[in-house]
Design a binder for this molecule. Structure first.
Ligand code: NAG
Ligand code: NAG
Ligand code: NAG
Ligand code: NAG
Length: 513
């Protein structure tokens, strides 16, 4: 149940009854109150948590109006590329400490009220003596059991949806499973594989089988952790911190003011920011919506959600071309896997001798740029802007609607699947790429808004404009790396030097999703 502010609104109405001339205003207020309380009932805060959203909660709220346009009945899937974010995970160690500090801060706020001999009536009961549910935990960030469940069932559904792709005996060269060198990502890969191959092996009552999950070293994983290897991106992100803060400030100011008035506690902006973080964790990980989340009205939740989405847009999405361009090694990897699959098909390789699926488990920092590289969540006109290297408008503030929503773009276990089809009847184009986002067909603006694209169009129109950029020059990869390359240009050497100087002693401040 989502708590609402009906009570205080009713009180407001009662007070206004004393003034007969305000009858009209009363009627107006009643109308507003009624409208709000009905809206509140259908408002589920768990659907408004940006990238802290659970897969099961948001998987089915996507737009239903989209009707896949191209008929691929005459086609068979021959290869699948998956890029998935890890499943629901515990808060990181840093965030756990932040919540512990926040418990002490709440104590202070309540004590101030007591000391001033003010009434405690307005203070929600849960808040008195609140303790972080993660108190005392010395480690964090791991995949939790709900997250295992998300990936395990995703694995089962993918096999059911593409039986012909997954009918073969497992071999690491046929089903390549890759994860980043981060435990929640590799645990996600394992959970997915357990679902995908369940019943196909001889291990235990579930008929499990062993399978390989491989990772590149964290320091050089440019395919799945390109954000972490890209110096110029790290510099960009740091440079944007003031911009993001400034954009969020008015929202936090407004809500802080409102909460102080309503609960009689002297919350600061930082407190409100912690409360919103707590709300997201409680609602997503513990299914608790009647504590921190209940302090915010639906309208306030929508604003906080938008502020999160805006930050995501600026730092990890379409806000800056480097955010996604640095993902070229991943896009290259995807295209190359499709070309290999086409070659295997054309040259009639023996079954069991070529790859059928490349399955990758990584982070929001991987999935978001990848979605941008293939141009998802854009209007067709915006796709043209991106191709012309022009910048997009920020996602509009509620109540306006927006395509760019963190809860849909990158929830826990969020994923893109690119399925390569081979078609026999249409001789003009034999291979098609179909894009599924969170398992649903999604319009590809670069492909006239269809959910599938002739492979050549996908390659030339969507991928090629990005692939002409080179990761090392985009990222000013440090000089050590450059020494390995044949002859680094003067330009990149110079930059490599400048950036390595600047960053040798200032670790990037980052919150990884
Ligand atoms: C909150 O701050 C206001 C203004 O600074 C002050 O007047 C009030 O006493 C404070 N209330 C509490 C409970 O500390
Ligand atoms: C979460 O809470 C809601 C009620 O607030 C309940 O209907 C739902 O079953 C709960 N979900 C889980 C997974 O416990
Ligand atoms: C396919 O090829 C046949 C004969 O080569 C031709 O008659 C037919 O029009 C072609 N179909 C398309 C869709 O190009
Ligand atoms: C998109 O539509 C235009 C004009 O209608 C057409 O020329 C183009 O071939 C189409 N592209 C794709 C990928 O279908």
């Amino acid at each position: 149940m989502y708590y609402n502010r009906k009570n205080s609104k009713e009180e407001m109405l009662k007070n206004s009854m004393n003034f007969a001339p305000l009858l009209l205003l009363q009627l107006l207020l009643i109308a507003i109150a009624v409208q709000y309380s009905t809206a509140d009932e259908s408002f589920d805060v768990r659907q408004h948590l940006s990238t802290v959203s659970r897969y099961g909660i948001v998987k089915d709220i996507a737009d239903d109006s989209f009707v896949p346009s191209l008929n691929l009945d005459q086609c068979t899937p021959i290869h699948l590329n998956l890029v998935a974010r890890h499943g629901t995970r515990a808060p990181t160690k840093k965030r756990i400490r932040e919540l512990e500090a926040f418990a002490i801060r709440l104590e202070v706020l309540v004590r101030d009220v007591k000391e001033q001999k003010q009434s405690l009536d307005k203070i929600p009961a849960w808040l008195m003596g609140w303790n972080s549910p993660w108190k005392g935990k010395s480690t964090g960030g791991e995949l939790i059991s709900e997250g295992e469940d998300e990936l395990y069932h995703l694995g089962i559904r993918v096999r059911e949806q593409f039986p012909s792709l997954f009918s073969e005996e497992y071999h690491p060269a046929i089903y390549s499973i890759k994860a980043t060198q981060v435990p929640r990502a590799s645990a996600s890969a394992v959970a997915f594989g357990m679902g995908l191959f369940s019943g196909k092996g001889k291990l235990g009552p579930g008929g499990h089988r062993a399978f390989a999950v491989t990772s590149e070293s964290r320091a050089s994983d440019t395919v799945l952790r390109f954000h972490d290897c890209c110096q110029s991106y790290k510099d960009f992100r740091r440079s944007q911190e003031p911009t993001v803060k400034k954009l969020k400030e008015p929202i936090l100011d407004e809500i802080t003011h409102e909460l102080v008035k309503q609960y009689g506690l002297n919350f600061t902006k930082q407190d409100v920011s912690s409360l919103w973080f707590l709300c997201k964790q409680e609602a997503s990980l513990l299914n608790i919506t009647n504590q921190a989340c209940s302090l915010f009205s639906p309208a306030e939740v929508s604003l906080l959600e938008w502020a999160d989405d805006l930050e995501l847009f600026i730092l990890k999405g379409y806000g800056n071309s480097l955010n996604y361009r640095m993902g070229v090694p991943l896009l290259e990897d995807v295209i190359q896997s499709m070309e290999q699959a086409i070659k295997a098909k054309e040259e009639g390789y023996a079954p069991g001798s070529y790859e059928k699926a490349r399955l990758r488990f990584a982070h929001a920092e991987t999935l978001l740029p990848f979605s941008c590289l293939i141009g998802l969540f854009l209007e067709e006109s915006e796709f043209e802007l991106i191709q012309r290297e022009q910048t997009l408008q920020y996602p509009p503030k509620p109540p306006k609607t927006r395509n760019w929503r963190g809860n849909l773009v990158a929830p826990f276990a969020g994923n893109n699947m690119l399925v390569l089809y081979s078609c026999t009847s249409d001789n003009s184009s034999k291979y098609f790429v179909k894009v599924l986002h969170n398992e649903r067909p999604i319009p590809i603006p670069g492909c006239n808004g269809s959910d599938s694209c002739p492979f050549e169009v996908f390659k030339e129109r969507i991928a090629a404009p990005h692939l002409k950029h080179d990761y090392n020059s985009l990222c000013n990869v440090n000089s050590e790396q450059e020494k390995k390359d044949s002859s680094p240009s003067m330009f990149s050497q110079m930059f490599g030097w400048i950036f390595s100087q600047k960053n040798s002693d200032t670790p990037t401040q980052k919150v990884e999703l």
